[in-house]
Ligand binder design. Structure first.
Ligand code: UDP
Length: 302
């Protein structure tokens, strides 16, 4: 049996990855310090003899006994509200945590895939965003703690690849949604859904003309699996290219839930990207991947 370490394995994406790899007959070692992840996301896995859980902070030295074939780095706060509350942890996990996991990969001779983000493109001046675009990030703005940590993650990953010959993969993840997002994580979809279900005002930031492109979690996880198993070492965008304004998205959620909630327009947070849409030509060409679940299907399941 192959064995995989999943850092951030109790989080939204990490826990779906634990499910996927156990389903593919891997042994899974899940590491999480549970500051944004939750035991609830993985408690169904505890009876599985091929599942281990380490309650550990990856910014501290990581000790894993035995052989490891693959490593996934999905440890980080990922919602703007969370990383504003935990700016130092966000910087540390993206830098020190990533360094430790790359060190583990080198020591174990394991292939490692690291989660980067569309945030490395910042408030993009190129649209849609291709992997060749270098981005427009404010390093000292509120989002800088996440964006720059992830930019460092990409830089150190490529350095471990070129200098130490570690087998590395980098995925740039665009907005993703689905079951197990925390209702209070502050991101648009869970916030809108909980507001709609409680009949509260839907808090649209700014005039809601900013755009995002939302990918259903199963599609994303499937793309990440394909990337891990490919031999491509440069960053690959994985996301759903169907773009929508946040105002239209809020209206979709109200309609879907049959809620009487009204939209309330509130201040736009600083440096909120005005547009975001992945160019997924690379994923299509290299991985033969594209998303399959439409927003209306995905929202219903969520
Ligand atoms: N947003 C909003 N209301 C909310 C939460 C978010 O209008 O209650 C907006 C936010 O300003 C951004 C978009 O929705 O333009 C997506 O925000 P999210 O926090 O989900 O992630 P981001 O893509 O900004 O990282």
């Amino acid at each position: 049996m192959r064995r995989i370490v999943i850092a951030g394995g109790a989080g939204f994406l990490g826990s779906h990855l634990c499910d996927l790899f156990l389903g593919k007959n891997f042994k899974v070692v899940c590491i999480d310090n549970l500051i944004t992840g939750s035991i609830q996301n993985i408690e169904h896995l505890f009876p599985n003899e091929h599942f281990e859980f380490y309650h550990h902070d990856v910014t501290k030295f990581i000790h894993v006994t035995g052989e490891v074939d693959y490593i996934m780095n999905f440890a980080s706060p990922a919602s703007p509200i969370d990383y504003l509350k935990m700016p130092i942890q966000t910087l540390k996990v993206g830098s020190l945590g990533t360094h430790n996991l790359l060190g583990l990969a080198k020591a174990k001779n394991a292939r490692i895939l690291l989660a980067s983000t569309s945030e490395i493109y910042g408030d993009p001046l190129e649209h849609p965003q291709r992997e060749e675009y270098w981005g427009n990030v404010n390093p000292i703005g509120p989002r800088g703690v996440y964006d720059e940590a992830k930019r460092f993650l990409e830089a150190i990953t490529m350095a471990y690849h070129t200098f130490h010959g570690v087998e590395t993969r980098i995925v740039r993840i665009f907005n993703t949604y689905g079951p197990r997002m925390r209702l209070d994580d502050g991101r648009a979809l869970p916030t809108f859904m909980s507001q709609a279900l409680k009949g509260e005002d839907i808090t649209v930031f700014g005039d809601g003309s900013q755009t995002r492109s939302f990918c259903y979690v199963d599609d994303l996880i499937n793309g990440i699996y394909k990337l891990l198993m490919s031999d491509y070492v440069y960053p690959v965008n994985i996301g759903n290219p169907v773009e929508i304004t946040i105002k239209d998205f809020a209206e979709e959620v109200v309609e879907l839930t049959g809620s009487k909630s009204k939209l309330a327009f509130v201040d736009l947070p600083k440096d909120d990207p005005k547009v975001r849409q992945p160019d997924i030509s690379k994923a299509k060409q290299i991985l033969g991947w594209e998303p399959k679940v439409s927003r209306s299907e995905g929202l219903k399941i969520t």
